[in-house]
Design a binder for this molecule. Structure first.
Ligand code: ARG
Length: 256
């Protein structure tokens, strides 16, 4: 994670961001701290990278790259506004003994790549190039499945696809083109989100044990998760939503 010391809306690179809708800094710090404290309380080990001034979106560590074992694939930002972040994530991982790789094509880190049952599901269409998936598959020696994103509000795959361990996966049907939607629907344990759930960034939740850390809940979602033995813990992520981000965006998984 990355404490949002310099988090702000300094540019607009997704439809949620509006420069006139400024971040309340102290509220953002509090919201982030509540999430951090909850991870610790639930026994999650959290590592921190320091935010660099002038890189307001660096707090969204999910976009930093992809971790697999002792390998870190540095993301390649499509937007120049965020490209400055790349070397800091690369240095951080290098400094901790990871093997790091750079990509030729654009790729949004874990924002556009999530493991489910040992296959890396990867989004493309907004932040990532389809070609980057082959690069990542080759570097990591793993199988990838490419899914095309079509709704600009769900520009990052991790806003529309949320693995629940190996048990199931929450997904938002309308964010995928028809062939990709079909692939996702047919996954074991695929659970469709409603529009309101998706727009409330349920796709951007994080499963901790059998608790879903989420920014929203309703009875439909509770009913869908109950048979899986999954409960919901709620967080107010309103300041990060102004930037088009949520819980998963603030979290880079390092345990695969
Ligand atoms: N403002 C950031 C951007 O547009 C938000 C990133 C959210 N990250 C994520 N993994 N979905 O790049």
């Amino acid at each position: 994670m990355c404490r949002p010391d310099y988090f702000d809306i300094e540019y607009e690179i997704n439809p949620w961001m509006h420069k006139e809708n400024q971040v309340n800094h102290s509220r953002a710090m509090k919201q982030w701290q509540v999430l951090y404290d909850a991870y610790k309380e639930y026994g999650v080990e959290v590592e921190l990278i320091e935010q660099i001034k002038g890189l307001p979106d660096m707090t969204f560590t999910a976009n930093g790259g992809i971790v697999s074992g002792n390998t870190f694939v540095v993301n390649k930002h499509r937007f120049k506004e965020r490209a400055g972040e790349e070397r800091y994530f690369e240095e951080w991982f290098k400094g901790r003994g990871f093997k790091t790789y750079r990509l030729k094509y654009f790729q949004g880190g874990e924002g556009d790549a999530l493991f489910f049952r040992d296959i890396l599901y990867m989004g493309y269409g907004f932040r990532s190039d389809r070609e980057s998936h082959d690069e990542v598959a080759q570097i990591l020696g793993i199988k990838t499945i490419s899914l095309r994103l079509i709704d600009p509000y769900f520009y990052d795959f991790d806003t529309a696809f949320c693995p629940l361990g190996d048990k199931a996966v929450l997904y938002y049907p309308l964010s995928f083109d028809p062939p990709s939607r079909k692939k996702v629907m047919e996954l074991p344990g695929a659970i469709a989100m409603t529009k309101i759930q998706a727009e409330s960034f349920i796709g951007n939740s994080v499963l901790v044990g059998d608790i879903l850390f989420a920014g929203y809940k309703d009875s439909d979602l509770e009913e869908k998760l109950k048979p899986l033995g999954i409960g919901i813990k709620m967080f107010d992520m309103s300041e990060f939503k102004k930037s088009g981000g949520g819980i998963k965006c603030l979290t880079l998984y390092m345990d695969h």
